[in-house]
Design a protein around this ligand. Structure first.
Ligand SMILES: *Cc1c(COP(=O)(O)O)cnc(C)c1O
Length: 392
């Protein structure tokens, strides 16, 4: 069931469901590495591709296929290929779409491991990357070369919640003959649908909100049927396959994704508003606040602000660490997209490999704290922060 006539809430619960002859109500998990053929002729037809069907779990598994079909329905994509992690999905995008001698234009504000992957891994195989501003489409236009094949961005960015104009950057990619890939991890298809805004490929770390409860790793690449053929061939050949168990956890995670994303956004907005009024806080960065530099754009391309809030504490690193260490409820961890609220100091953790000058240029101050707002009661979260910030 991938009929676009259904609401996202319905697709999240129902799309992609496949029942075996036992007519189980909840989706089954298929713990098998290979599949049996009824005859030599059927085996030959499966291998030649003349007949669809499962062969070996590195290629396909019914539970993985259910997850792919459900996520594809939510993103409005023709095709989804699942992976063992978000990073495997990003690597497969490059390996499936590019060859040596080609060029990537990427936002400067992307996940740290993605920067390493582009610069130090695929960089060694003759694929060069230019990093540009997430918020200035003209920089993307100026970075284009005749061999540019891939544009890559994340919106909103981490930790500063910068919002990229996906439609404007997609138009520049199209003119350049390049493919725009959007890492939609922070919003999920519930809050933002990049393919509708003109992107060609959507990437997920399903480890975050899609699981939503911090249990398993997973990833996905979504887009047009033909465009993703090379991405699937890379998966089938190289094997960064999503496990049957993880696929099952993620499939069930999708069923509550619309409810959870709305609740994450609602809690984050309430916390961002409260922080904005707090004398111990110098500034709050949250796309759902009218004070956010790209608030209007965010509200045009997202249905709400999402679950990530960053704020600058008055008093620099010492004050930021005091806020973090005074929490009793929040988890001090860099992970995000969990029912449990997480709190982190980017300058000394996720962004500590940057020099102080690079951090200053990027706007990641020593007083900056990032919260991935979970599903606890907002009053309890405020009290947890108030302890280190001082009253009110
Ligand atoms: C976590 C994350 C990734 C990497 O995903 P893994 O599942 O950890 O491999 C990629 N992009 C973003 C935005 C992330 O937050």
């Amino acid at each position: 069931m991938t009929d676009d006539g259904y609401d996202l809430q319905t697709l999240a619960v129902r799309a992609g469901t496949y029942r075996t002859e036992f007519q189980e109500h909840s989706e089954a998990m298929f713990l098998t590495s290979s599949f049996v053929f009824r005859s030599a002729a059927e085996a030959a037809a499966r291998f030649s591709g003349a007949e669809p069907g499962n062969i070996y779990a590195r290629f396909t598994n019914p539970g993985v296929t259910m997850f792919e079909e459900r996520l594809a329905a939510l993103e409005g994509a023709e095709r989804c290929v699942a992976f063992a992690s978000g990073m495997a999905a990003i690597l497969a995008t490059v390996m499936g779409l590019m060859k040596a001698g080609e060029h990537i234009v990427a936002s400067r504000s992307i996940f740290g491991s993605t920067v390493q992957l582009f610069s130090n891994v695929v960089g060694r195989f003759g694929v060069e990357t230019s990093f540009v501003s997430p918020t200035d489409p003209e920089e993307w236009r100026r970075a284009v070369r005749p061999n540019t094949r891939l544009f890559f961005l994340e919106s909103p960015s981490n930790p500063l919640t910068e919002v990229s104009d996906i439609a404007a950057i997609a138009a520049i990619a199209r003119e350049a003959g390049a493919v725009l890939a959007v890492d939609n991890c922070f919003c999920t298809p519930i809050l933002q649908r990049p393919l509708e805004l003109g992107a060609d490929v959507v990437i997920h770390s399903a480890t975050k909100y899609i699981d939503g409860q911090g249990r398993v790793l997973g990833g996905a690449v979504l887009g047009g049927k033909d465009l993703l053929e090379g991405v699937y061939t890379f998966l089938r050949t190289a094997g960064p396959t999503l496990s049957a168990f993880n696929a099952w956890v993620l499939l069930k995670g999708l069923e509550t994704l619309p409810l959870r994303m709305e609740a994450h956004s609602r809690n984050a907005l309430a916390l961002a508003e409260w922080l904005s009024a707090h004398p111990g806080v110098a500034r709050v960065l949250y796309p759902g606040l009218p004070s956010h530099p790209q608030h209007a754009l965010a509200m045009k391309q997202q249905s709400s602000g999402g679950g990530i809030v960053a704020f600058e504490v008055v008093g620099g690193k010492e004050a930021a660490w005091r806020v973090i260490d005074a929490t009793r409820l929040m988890s001090i961890t860099a992970n995000l997209g969990d029912t449990k609220t997480t709190i982190t100091h980017p300058a000394s953790t996720t962004h500590s490999r940057m020099t102080p000058e690079q951090r200053a240029a990027a706007g990641i101050g020593d007083g900056l704290v990032r919260i991935a707002v979970g599903l606890e009661a907002v009053a309890d979260l405020k009290a947890d922060l108030a302890r280190g910030l001082g009253m009110p």
